[in-house]
Design a protein around this ligand. Structure first.
Ligand SMILES: Cc1ncc(COP(=O)(O)O)c(C=O)c1O
Length: 359
């Protein structure tokens, strides 16, 4: 089998073990005579998968009984709207840290429902960094503080949870969820599109805490957009195939040693790449050093006209999907949990060769 070294930002590479397992079950799920995607979402088989995925997720992050797990549709982008729709109004304020395009989209939606205060923005610095706690101008009594833990496009990432002046954290963790341990107690809600670190596209994972559910406003909210609808029961057909695969990715994460294993593994991969970038001025990292992402390593070649050639030759060497986001250009290596060390090593070798040829 020819598996490419795939650095796609999302949908992204998945563990081969998981893909093979799914392949083996695709015509007959455990003797049922048909696959899980041909079964009712009310079947005992799917119910078990849904419950198992939910329990696994809680175990992996160390969440207590006051946490609920939802498998929703509509992407992380729908959560930009759903969160403020449920808990913000003209009498409430939420703090939104602006560290990139996804934060901006979340801010735009929140403003439709309530007051939004921006305690920090790096927009004027082209989103090359995330804030320190000292830089945050937090409001008093915010309903929540929203942040994007990893900025997929700009290659920046929060090292730790930001200060929030007592407000519960709401986090768009789409591009680094389960890549490292987090301080679960500080959060009210965490959401992530699955298609980077957790599975295929189609399901958005939402973890919501009881204390955050209590903040939901008593006002008319369309049924599908109300968290309570989904907390009470599986309301409509969930993205069965995506949840089924997420469950296997979660199993794989647990087998490997959980989030602390991936924290170390991801750090090692990122260190290798940044070391190569920093070796001399031929390559240049785009994010400020203290803000660098361990998930999306973004860089330029100092002679930018060489970038197209770099991408072309990389692809010829089986190193694929390295083009930076269309809004910023450059090169981006996305090295989520399932990206293997050998892929990063192959990329680093290629980068060294390319420098030798063109430097
Ligand atoms: C940090 C972050 N938030 C949100 C999104 C949007 O997710 P979706 O396409 O699932 O709506 C992305 C997609 O790349 C992302 O990287």
């Amino acid at each position: 089998m020819n598996r490419a070294h795939n650095f796609s930002a999302g949908p992204a590479t998945l563990p081969k073990e998981v893909l093979e397992k799914v392949e083996g079950e695709l015509t007959d799920y455990r003797g049922m005579g048909y696959s899980i995607i041909e079964a009712s979402h009310r079947s005992p088989q799917y119910t078990e998968i849904n419950n198992e995925a939910s329990e696994r997720l809680k175990r992996i992050v160390g969440a207590g009984d006051d946490w609920n797990v939802l498998f929703l549709t509509g992407g992380a982008s729908s959560q930009f709207m759903m969160i403020p729709y449920n808990v913000l109004d003209e009498n409430r304020t939420a703090d939104y840290i602006n560290t990139g395009s996804w934060s901006k989209k979340a801010i735009k939606e929140a403003k439709l429902f309530g007051n939004v205060h921006i305690p920090f923005s790096s927009e004027e610095q082209n989103f090359t960094r995330v804030p320190t706690d000292e830089e945050l101008e937090l409001s008093d009594g915010a309903t929540y503080l929203h942040f994007t833990s990893n900025n997929t496009i700009f290659g920046t990432q929060f090292r730790n949870e930001p200060a929030s002046n007592g407000a519960p954290l709401v986090c768009d963790a789409s591009s680094d969820f389960l890549s490292r341990p987090i301080d679960q107690d500080r959060y009210g809600l965490i959401y992530a599109g699955a298609q980077k670190n957790l599975g295929p596209a189609g399901v958005t994972i939402v973890m919501i805490r009881d204390s955050f559910v209590e903040k939901i406003l008593d006002r008319p909210i369309p049924t599908m957009l109300k968290y309570q609808t989904h907390l009470e029961k599986i309301f409509n057909t969930p993205p069965v195939f995506a949840v089924y695969m997420v469950n296997y990715v979660l199993e794989w994460i647990e087998e490997k040693g959980g989030v602390s294993y991936f924290e170390e593994y991801n750090q090692k991969k990122a260190d290798l790449l940044y070391e190569e970038i920093d070796r001399d001025p031929f390559y240049r990292g785009t994010a400020e050093k203290e803000s660098r992402s361990l998930m999306n390593v973004t860089f330029r070649i100092n002679h930018e006209e060489l970038e197209a050639e770099f991408l072309k030759e990389a692809a010829e060497n089986n190193l694929v999907n390295l083009k930076g986001h269309r809004s910023v250009g450059g090169i981006r290596a996305s090295i989520y949990n399932a990206c293997r060390m050998e892929s990063v090593e192959a990329l680093v070798d290629f980068m060294a060769d390319f420098r030798k040829q063109n430097g």
